[in-house]
Design a protein around this ligand. Structure first.
Ligand code: F6P
Length: 356
């Protein structure tokens, strides 16, 4: 019996189990064995991988559960790993003909390398990638699954901060995840009604941010909420080379950009600032309804592509249609927030400051 293997790479995002469940159900229907590989790519580079055979009962059971029951890792194989550790036997002995990978940009790049490696070893397999990340920064797809669930959580945090901020009349900073891009902060900031949104793509000027806060105070609004991306950078920092930036950040005394900003605003305005960092909270919990549907669409589309013998693709959503995008086009590219995208325009129209 032919088998399909599935693994989850990188860090968790709500919806991973839904993808695994929907891929499994679709392939079980087609008469395949479905093998779940634990601990991401490290499972392919060890002699004793942990494998769970997924049946209909298990697929049903995991469907709406958060996290990844397969567990995951950020293991990124080196050329040496490929030469010395790749477990080709795992594929041959189990008759694995298809590999479905679920993850972000790093997982997509490695999927591409594995397909090429196996082709060179004369054991070509079909591989399909499903785009996951709460950062929504994967090039080639309008949306990754996990993003909307994280937006809901970050929005909930901003909503809760709102009620306390209005009562205290204080300035609050909510630091939102997103790595080097601002999608999550932009969406949570707009939906949570933040007064200032700072994202990496639009370097901020701290004096302009202070001006907004002072103006709000003069207008009788003593409280303000800033949604700040963990990757936000100042105008001065945006002029530094990569090396200079790294060195400057290494010397920063505060634990994150939000704390630094809080100190700078307090110094300039004398206002009391509080920082809230929801952190990994944003990657936890069950997937929201949107992500459950998107994950199901991605999972079943992955199976459909394989049935059509279209290999080496990532399933993507564009204009609400699921389409295949060649993995070679996706690998290594980031989808950042364009400064003139519709969401930025809407934020500015609402009077939200982008700090630029
Ligand atoms: O890529 C998802 C993400 O949550 C980013 O938003 C964040 O910068 C990073 O992962 C955190 O990684 P770790 O869990 O390794 O601290």
């Amino acid at each position: 019996m032919d088998a399909i293997a599935i693994l989850t790479g990188g860090g968790p995002a709500p919806g991973m189990n839904t993808v695994v469940g929907s891929v499994a159900k679709t392939f079980l229907e087609k008469g395949y064995r479905v093998l779940g590989l634990h601990c991401g790519y490290s499972s392919l580079f060890t002699k004793n991988p942990r494998i769970t055979e997924i049946d209909f009962l298990l697929a049903d059971d995991i469907f709406n559960r958060g996290g990844s029951f397969l567990t995951m890792s950020r293991f990124k194989p080196t050329d040496k790993n490929f030469e010395e550790d790749f477990n080709l036997d795992l594929f041959v002995k189990n008759n694995i003909k298809l590999l479905v990978t679920v993850g972000g940009d790093d997982t997509a790049s490695t999927a591409n390398r594995i397909a090429k490696f196996l082709e060179a070893k004369k054991y070509p397999i079909a591989n399909i990638h499903v785009p996951k990340t709460i950062d929504n920064d994967l090039w080639g797809t309008d949306m990754t699954f996990g993003f909307q669930s994280a937006v809901d959580i970050a929005t909930h945090v901003i909503d809760c901060i709102h009620t306390t901020a209005t009562s205290h009349g204080r300035v609050f900073i909510v630091e939102v995840m997103g790595h080097k891009v601002g999608w999550l902060t932009l969406y949570a900031g707009i939906s949570g009604g933040a007064d200032v949104i700072l994202i990496p793509e639009l370097p901020y000027d701290v004096d302009k941010v202070c001006k907004v806060l002072k103006k709000r105070r003069m207008q009788g609004k003593p409280f303000s909420i800033l949604a700040v991306a963990e990757g936000a950078i100042s105008k001065e920092e945006s002029k530094l080379s990569k090396k200079e930036f790294k060195a400057a950040r290494a010397q920063m005394k505060e634990p994150s950009v939000s704390y630094r900003l809080a100190n700078e605003i307090a110094e300039r305005t004398g206002q009391e600032i509080r920082v809230t960092i929801p952190g990994h909270f944003q990657r936890g919990g069950s997937p929201c309804a949107y992500d459950r549907v998107l994950s199901t669409r991605f999972g079943t589309a992955a199976a459909e592509l394989i049935a059509q013998k279209k290999f080496g693709y990532m399933v993507a959503i564009r204009n609400n249609l699921i389409v295949p995008v060649p993995l070679s086009e996706v690998a290594g590219k980031l989808k950042t927030v364009s400064p003139d995208c519709d969401e930025i325009r809407a934020a500015r129209d609402m009077g939200i400051s982008l700090g630029d």
